[in-house]
Write a protein that binds this ligand. Structure first.
Ligand code: MD6
Ligand code: FE
Length: 203
């Protein structure tokens, strides 16, 4: 499928079903190795509450949060290095992001059946001219996208396994989040849940 098959979503580019089933399975195998090297953890919000999504990362930086705030750190909270970004993930970025630089962080979010992610902006990076690319794997997730400012009307779309979404240009700072996942809608993963990868340039 060529990149022209993108669907516009408030200035974001959605590539539905970009990854076929074998490509999704290969990616999951890569991600198992990432998780083995850098175990999932539950970041805490600024208010000390554990997030419902569990995370880890690959690349030069991983995203971290605790009472001191949200930030990128250059090692896993357990002390070891972040593993390298898998080649297959880099290839996706190079094919679809349109970015001039390679990603420095591949954040891996794991959603169990009851996990969600509140509306937020991705603004912990230094260069907003660089896009964020996201990959959905496993159960469907209800993605909501709003506006650059807080509030106002929002639109929702189900992100399905194999979908890729590029948030760049004027859409780079739109609020967005995951209201809920639909457990049991995909057979990709051995248990109900969803994986979301987000790739970014950090510096
Ligand atoms: C998710 N995604 O799909 C959450 N951020 O689970 C994000 O927060 C996100 O999909 C930046 C760009 C694309 C995204
Ligand atoms: Fe985000």
């Amino acid at each position: 499928m060529p990149p022209s098959s993108a669907v516009a979503l408030r200035g974001m580019a959605l590539y539905p079903g970009w990854l076929d089933r074998p490509a999704q399975e290969a990616l999951v195998a890569d991600l198992r190795a990432v998780i083995a090297a850098a175990p999932l953890f539950a970041p805490h919000t600024r208010w000390g509450k554990p997030m419902s999504v569990r995370m880890t990362a690959a690349g030069r930086f991983g995203w971290y949060s605790d009472r001191r705030g949200y930030r990128y750190i250059d090692h896993h909270p357990g002390g070891g290095p972040w593993p390298p970004i898998p080649d297959r993930v880099l290839a996706l970025w190079r094919a679809l992001s349109g970015a001039s630089r390679d990603p420095e962080c591949c954040l891996l979010n794991w959603y169990g059946p009851d996990a969600r992610m509140g509306l937020h902006q991705d603004r912990d990076e230094a260069d907003f001219t660089q896009p964020v690319l996201s990959v959905s794997l496993g159960d469907d997730g209800l993605f909501r996208v709003g506006n650059q400012e807080r509030g106002g009307p929002t639109e929702s779309v189900w992100l399905r396994s194999g979908d890729v979404l590029v948030m760049g240009g004027a859409a780079r700072l739109l609020h967005h989040g995951i209201d809920r996942i639909a457990p049991g809608t995909s057979t990709l993963l051995p248990a109900p849940g969803r994986i979301n990868l987000t790739l970014r340039v950090v510096t």
